[in-house]
Design a protein around this ligand. Sequence first.
Ligand code: SF4
Ligand code: SF4
Length: 183
Amino acid sequence: MPARPVAKALPKRRGLFEGFKGNIAAISLGVKYLIDPKRFTLIYPNEYIKLDPGYRGFIVLEKKKCINCSSCARICPAAAMKMIKLPEPDPRHPGKTKIKLWPVINYQRCIFCGYCVDVCPTEALYHVPYHDIVYENLAEMDWDLETFTKPPDYPTASEGMPVKYIVDEERGLVKVKAQEGEQ
Ligand code: SF4
Ligand code: SF4
């Protein structure tokens, strides 16, 4: 015999006072953290999060190690890495040029998965521990080969204060100043 459907009771509607009480509680919590000197809001760009070595941040190409195999572009799940054709002098035919493929990256699309770094057979790609670079427009996020071959400018890292987050048993997440050389 098929199971009989059971009518579920609708949840009770909360009164106007209950809603008002909830709003007051939320506002007082916000005010508490606003005046709390130990709040964990990051004061960007005066502070930046000190990331650990091995963090999958921006990617740099070490051009002399690259063998132009295209593996990085093929594996990229976000179509952020692509190969571009650039002419260069052909040593076997003096006076002539040949076309070579080089990887470039579009940070409008990159999801920082690190697959391209992992798959590279010559370790020509490496991560730098930066994650919050400010661009003035979208076109700047589409890097050319020259930009891709040097670590990105990171003004916050040199001008702001490094901080890190720790878990405190009583307060939960707490922001503290990161010491020099600390990991
Ligand atoms: S990190 Fe991931 S998404 Fe970004 S370029 Fe590499 S493979 Fe593509
Ligand atoms: S996988 Fe490595 S060697 Fe191959 S094209 Fe990309 S960066 Fe160059």
